[in-house]
Design a protein around this ligand. Structure first.
Ligand code: NAD
Length: 442
């Protein structure tokens, strides 16, 4: 099935068959996030048919901007932070993806996250390309005033490439509705007109969308139920373990519990708790809202961080950080279904181990796409200045997620590949078909 001229190797074989070798900073020599992404693309090239001719476009970000973000600190000194905005692909529409404030942010990480946004947006068929941004900073060390000044200067610096029809940022790790409000205001001040559509994930009173805050968790639940159904797993009696009980894990856990599932274990940065008969999820959410962590929750057994991976459960939802399921713990996981709420929680090696053990992995690029789907609704509502009810939003979200899942499931069956590879096949075909229709400029 592979195209005669398609490159078929893995990460070590990344030369461009149609031109010059990739520059060193784009190669997968050290398998960081960008290297993992390149490997994932290489895996699907044999399935792209004549579109493989365009596959090289997926291995190079369209545009990457590095910006200096100087701000005056409260003590009068000047601090410089490094910021990025990467537009991986805009063949299907404007760039779309979050902004991360974290001390570990690097250009290569932002490149990978932007590329995964291209895949995710194409997988659920929203009319966007992929983009991502970030600043290398530990925002916990900044005062509110410093955080605002940094956000505004960063927005102004990337203002040359973002815009409601060009590239639309959103929240990600350590950024929230308030940061989006400052970004929207800064961009609007520079443009001389209020532009609500320049970012999504805004406060409701500034053109935000109902249902956006819960959208990612709702999407995790929706496609999780579909996947469970296909492997004969009854969600109403399932035992669920959740890592990360924030926006994504907390909402997903709540929805599974509402459906009758037993949430037997939850881990967050503060601790790991277990209850065989099922945790009281509403009470746990209230406890986390009050104390910031699941630690100290009554009516639960405390288990070690490591013991979380041995918990007897049917569904495991990693919804915290990257690279949590590794070769070291993948062999111990008891679940039949892993639903990736977080971005990149499973290493490629662990992915292979889970597949060999017959554990179904519902990959991030479809499982957590509910957030960007409702971001798309927010953007549409801002353009039309006409706002939908929460019921309408949730109904449309569920329809899009179910359709996307059904398409991916079929491709996985047809080609006998994992759901991750199937999602990449669906998404890469959509992106490259758009590339082909548009043709090369000039
Ligand atoms: P959040 O900040 O609301 O929650 C993060 C959770 O992870 C918290 O419960 C925290 O305690 C826990 N955590 C942090 N460090 C941990 C550790 N070392 N061990 C165990 N738990 C730890 O963040 P979120 O918005 O829920 O995002 C979680 C993941 O989902 C991230 O990978 C994010 O990129 C991804 N994601 C989020 C959205 C969204 O709309 N929020 C959309 C797509 C993907």
């Amino acid at each position: 099935m592979s195209h005669p001229t398609a490159p078929t190797g893995t990460a070590s074989h990344l030369n461009n068959p149609y031109g010059h070798p990739l520059p060193s900073y784009l190669q997968a020599d050290q398998l960081g996030p960008w290297g993992i992404y390149l490997q994932q693309v290489d895996r699907v090239i044999p399935y792209l048919g004549h579109l493989a001719r365009w596959a090289e476009t997926l291995k190079r970000p369209k545009r990457a901007l590095i910006v200096d973000v100087p701000i005056q600190l409260d003590n009068g000194t000047v601090a410089h932070f490094e910021g990025y905005r990467v537009q991986h692909n805009t063949s299907r529409g404007p760039g779309k993806g979050g902004v991360r404030f974290h001390q570990d942010v690097r250009l290569s990480e932002v490149m990978a996250l932007s590329a995964w946004m291209s895949i995710k947006n194409a997988a659920v068929n929203v009319p966007y390309g992929g983009a991502k941004g970030g600043i290398r900073v530990d925002p916990k060390t900044l005062s509110r005033g410093e955080l605002e000044r940094m956000t505004r200067r960063y927005t102004s610096e990337i203002g040359i490439i973002i815009g409601p029809t060009k590239d639309i940022p959103a929240p990600d790790v350590n950024t929230n509705e308030q940061i989006m409000a400052w970004m929207m205001d800064t961009y609007s001040m520079n443009e001389g007109a209020t532009a609500t559509g320049v970012v999504t994930g805004k406060p409701i009173d500034l053109g935000g969308s109902l249902g956006r805050r819960e959208a990612t968790g709702r999407g995790v639940y929706t496609v999780g139920v579909e996947a469970a159904h296909h492997i004969g797993l009854d969600v109403t009696h399932a035992r669920v373990a959740v890592q990360g009980f924030g926006n994504v894990g907390g909402i997903a856990g709540k929805l599974f519990a509402q459906a009758g599932a037993r949430v037997v274990a939850v881990q967050d940065h503060g601790g790991t708790i277990y209850r065989e008969s099922g945790l009281d999820v509403p009470a746990l959410l209230a406890h986390v809202a009050l104390t910031g962590s699941v630690a100290g929750f009554a009516h639960a057994e405390v288990i070690s961080q490591d013991a979380f991976w041995d918990v007897d459960c049917d569904i495991l939802i990693p919804a915290a950080l990257e690279q949590q399921i590794t070769a070291a713990n993948a062999g111990r996981i008891q679940a039949r279904l892993v639903i990736e709420g977080a971005n990149g929680p499973t290493t490629p090696q662990a992915d292979d181990i889970l597949q060999e053990r017959g554990i179904l992995v519902l990959p991030d690029v479809i499982a957590n796409a509910g957030g960007v789907t409702v971001s798309y609704f927010e953007w549409v509502q801002d353009f039309s200045s006409f706002f939908w009810s929460e019921d309408e939003i949730n109904a449309r979200l569920v329809r899009i997620m179910k359709e996307a899942f059904a398409g991916v499931w079929q491709v996985a069956q047809d080609h006998k590949v994992s759901l991750r590879t199937a999602t990449f096949i669906v998404a890469c075909k959509r992106i490259l078909h758009a590339r082909e229709l548009r043709g090369l400029y000039p």
